[in-house]
Design a protein around this ligand. Structure first.
Ligand code: DGI
Ligand code: FE
Ligand code: FE
Ligand code: FE
Length: 188
């Protein structure tokens, strides 16, 4: 089984240095969230290292993976920024032999979330959103909420993303809406 150093080298090779630096910050933020919430720290570490594995793959290569690996075909009708999460999960399974389904789920759901997210998935989703290099409008409030309640923090992050997309006239991927509805239903 491949070790952490090899996974870091493999991920680093797929992306420009600015994106690798984001990955390092996601690793640190995920470690902190895992420590505080009781999520598995080793799984959080591996998922953080690999979460943007194919973010910088050419669009055509990502499209090929969606077509050839039984990924949701409706992704092709939406922003290509959504593709790297599900494609990344398949890519690290095939190219790096990652077979831990919890880690793969965390990679797969890190952009849109999904209804019924596990603690590990929540940690990776939020670490990606609140890492210290982020400057989205509203990120400070999500950072504050994340210190108290991961679910409320994710709901706020999803609200921000949906508002951002609507304000710019972009389509919203249905899974993003379903994830938000799921958190609305379960937050007291
Ligand atoms: O890969 P990162 O930049 O670290 O972050 P990410 O994986 O969360 O990707 C964020 C991008 O995805 C951002 O440009 C907004 C976009 N996005 C997220 N949800 C949706 C979306 N785009 C569309 N069109 N629809 C969505 O539901
Ligand atoms: Fe990403
Ligand atoms: Fe394949
Ligand atoms: Fe990321």
């Amino acid at each position: 089984k491949i070790n952490r150093e090899k996974l870091m080298e493999a991920a680093k090779r797929q992306m420009p240095s600015s994106r690798w630096e984001h990955t390092l910050r996601v690793m640190e933020t995920a470690a902190e969230l895992a420590r505080r919430t009781g999520a598995d720290p080793e799984k959080a570490d591996i998922a953080a290292i690999l979460h943007d594995y194919c973010k910088f793959w050419p669009e055509d290569k990502q499209r090929e993976w969606i077509l050839r690996h039984r990924l949701p075909q409706d992704l092709l009708q939406y922003n290509k920024e959504l593709w790297h999460a599900p494609v990344g999960a398949e890519a690290v399974r095939e190219e790096l032999g990652i077979d831990d389904e919890e880690v793969l789920n965390a990679i797969r759901s890190h952009t849109t979330g999904r209804p019924g997210m596990s603690l590990l998935e929540k940690v990776i989703f939020l670490a990606d959103y609140i890492e210290p290099g982020r400057s989205f409008s509203g990120v400070e409030e999500v950072r504050r909420l994340a210190r108290e309640d991961l679910d409320r923090a994710i709901l706020k992050a999803l609200d921000n993303t949906i508002v951002y997309l609507v304000e710019r006239g972009f389509k919203v991927y249905p899974l993003t809406i379903l994830t938000r509805n799921d958190f609305l239903d379960k937050i007291p």
